[in-house]
Design a protein around this ligand. Structure first.
Ligand SMILES: [Zn+2]
Length: 44
């Protein structure tokens, strides 16, 4: 899930899976999709 955080007059979009922050909501959502699916690959 992507969460929004306001800091320094900028809204950041944080990937809850790994904690990465993006200033672009679309990038954050695209990252999150890959992040979650790659996470699933690691768990065996
Ligand atoms: Zn992530």
């Amino acid at each position: 899930m992507v969460t929004q955080v306001e800091r320094d007059d900028t809204t950041w979009h944080t990937c809850e899976t790994c904690g990465l922050m993006f200033d672009n909501e679309i990038e954050a959502e695209q990252h999150e999709e890959r992040c979650e699916s790659s996470d699933a690959d690691y768990i065996q």
